[in-house]
Design a protein around this ligand. Structure first.
Ligand code: FPP
Length: 239
């Protein structure tokens, strides 16, 4: 069985590419930042729904390495939104038993945002009900390059035999080393791309694409995605 996959109808780990905030806003004649603000509300609801369903890990693609090329004002709005979200929602997440993690080149984030992130990660570190992983300044190719660099460093220092490198030791150097691989990958807004998200980790994941924009993705949509996963899963088990 591939690492991280589960025999249950409930996926243990769900990863989501939250797409379509901008288009949701445009359709309503609103500025893009309003789409992101509404998207943050869907994040809150997704966390709550994962807890209800019994999903143990939720990874959200919140800001990609490529997103740095967006207009400065949009980047600033996104970073401020993230900081506000952390400040406002941390107590509720803490109460819900959520443990926060962040993956990506976090050193690129604004200082105040990073401080807030570190504070909530520390505050929630002993919670056990749901591991929420925010991918921030994240790119899967960059992550793989960072892992390769790490292995090369260890080999050059003499502690690692290059011939001993295998999938497991490689995965141990990825940002996600402490999490199981996602069982289910959801992407909103109908795009059929992976966009540099968890390329290594989703090798065996089921992929569900919904046409809904992320701000419209609510409780029932996540339930439907999990039902779709369960249907495929049952077919997979059949002869
Ligand atoms: C994609 O929509 C979404 C993003 C680039 C950012 C995701 C951010 C949030 C959901 C809000 C804040 C996050 C947290 C964790 C509180 P897009 O802008 O690419 O939409 P478009 O493709 O329609 O332009």
């Amino acid at each position: 069985m591939p690492s991280g996959s589960s025999h249950s109808d409930i996926p243990r780990h769900v990863a989501i590419i939250m797409d379509g905030n901008g288009r949701w806003a445009r359709e309503r004649g609103l500025p893009r930042r309003e789409g992101h603000r509404a998207g943050a509300e869907s994040v809150r609801e997704a966390v709550e729904t994962c807890k209800e369903i019994g999903i143990k890990f939720l990874t959200l693609y919140a800001f990609s390495s490529e997103n740095w090329s967006r207009p400065k004002a949009e980047i600033k709005a996104l970073m401020e939104l993230l900081e506000r979200f952390l400040k406002k929602k941390a107590p509720e997440m803490h109460r819900q038993g959520v443990r926060l993690h962040a993956i990506g080149r976090l050193e690129s984030l604004p200082k105040s945002c990073r401080r807030e992130l570190e504070r909530v990660i520390e505050q929630t570190s002993s919670n056990q009900d749901l591991d929420l992983v925010l991918a921030l300044s994240y790119g899967s190719r960059e992550e793989i390059v960072d892992a390769a660099r790490q292995l090369a460093r260890e080999a050059a220092e003499g502690g690692l035999d290059p011939e001993s490198i295998d999938c497991e030791s490689f995965a141990q150097r990825l940002y996600t080393s402490e999490f199981p691989d996602p069982d289910l990958l959801v992407r909103t807004s109908g795009e059929c791309r992976l966009s540099n998200f968890l390329l290594w980790q989703i090798s065996y994941s089921e992929i569900v694409i919904t046409r809904k924009f992320w701000p419209e993705f609510k409780k029932t949509d996540l339930h439907q995605a999990v039902e779709e996963y369960a249907r495929r899963h049952r077919r997979f088990g059949a002869i």
